[in-house]
Design a protein around this ligand. Structure first.
Ligand SMILES: Nc1ncnc2c1ncn2[C@@H]1O[C@H](COP(=O)(O)OP(=O)(O)OP(=O)(O)O)[C@@H](O)[C@H]1O
Length: 290
């Protein structure tokens, strides 16, 4: 078992997270994520159907949709884990079909569907990824993440023996290890208790503010989406059915929260079929729309 790395600087508060700014080149004003007509077919079944959207540096976008809408398939194609059947993906200005290696070190992801090697300890797993990404200040970075994501008590535990919430925290540490400019998060708080989930959302907000990262987030938690996301991309049966800021969606569907908007879209109810919103609602949704 690998020993816990030595702490190289004094403990900071649990919210002190991001460390130094990397020397990676800027993406030159291009969208951080740009997908065009992205399609994935499994045999006769089309899981993602001509999907187009982009995410700017410093923007957090939610990818929403019911079970089977195509969120994980989309993220898997962005990461190059699945080959698209059609369309294109550009990340940080780079065509992912042709030159993924040029930008992969500036991207990272967390997904409950991708397991880390189960027999390795948390420390061994994160040490491996730190080497893989060529992190120059490896010991300091591991120490920082262990502290920030509260992994110190499980550092020497085998990853296969962790609880679901502990695994999620380790997966997020892996996702942040290279201080990515593009972060893809598939249901990042799905198995976390409310306190840890709330803390994690604050953590992501601070990470993004400090790093100006682009975050694409698949989630079923609408409160999380309202809190974190600048824009929402709604999928249904692999197709984009709506795209707007949370405030614009609330106004369009005449609702007071995204949960209701989600249900309207899932059940094919549009605002023109809904009763007029109560008077105080128009006041509630004023402002914030782009
Ligand atoms: N390897 C595969 N072969 C065949 N069908 C697949 C495969 N992977 C995914 N699908 C199908 O593609 C569709 C989209 O799946 P996906 O996992 O992307 O949905 P999702 O939006 O992430 O759903 P959830 O919210 O349940 O996680 C589903 O109907 C699923 O059954």
């Amino acid at each position: 078992m690998q020993a816990r790395p030595a702490r190289l600087w004094p403990r900071r508060g649990r919210h002190a997270i991001c460390g130094r700014v990397s020397q990676q080149p800027p993406s030159g004003g291009a969208p951080a994520i740009e997908i065009h007509e992205l399609t994935k077919r499994f045999g006769d079944f089309t899981a993602v159907d001509r999907l187009s959207f982009s995410v700017a540096p410093g923007e957090t976008v939610a990818l929403l949709g019911g079970n089977g809408a195509g969120k994980t398939t989309t993220i898997s194609m962005l990461l190059g884990l699945l080959l698209p059947s059609g369309g294109s993906v550009r990340m940080l200005g780079c065509d992912m079909a042709r030159h993924p290696h040029r930008v992969l070190h500036r991207i990272n992801f967390s997904s409950p569907y991708v397991d880390l090697p189960r027999r390795l300890t948390v420390g061994q797993n994160l040490g491996f990824f730190a080497r893989l990404y060529g992190i120059p200040d490896r010991r300091a970075r591991l120490d920082e993440l262990a502290h920030a994501l509260d992994l110190e008590g499980i550092w020497n535990k085998r990853t296969g023996r962790l609880s679901a919430g502990q695994k999620t925290r380790v997966s997020l540490a892996k996702a942040l290890i290279n201080r990515p400019e593009v972060l893809l998060l598939d249901e990042p708080t799905a198995s976390l208790d409310p306190d840890t989930a709330d803390w994690l959302r604050s953590y992501l907000e601070r990470y993004q503010a400090e790093r100006h990262a682009a975050i694409l987030l698949a989630s079923h938690n609408m409160a999380e989406v309202e809190r974190l996301c600048d824009r929402v991309v709604m999928l249904k049966a692999g197709r984009l059915v709506d795209e707007a800021t949370p405030a614009a969606l609330l106004r369009k569907y005449g609702r007071t929260n995204l949960e209701e908007v989600f249900l309207d879209i899932a059940r094919d109810r549009r605002s023109e079929h809904l009763p007029a919103p109560p008077a105080e609602h128009s006041h509630h949704t004023e402002g914030g729309e782009l």
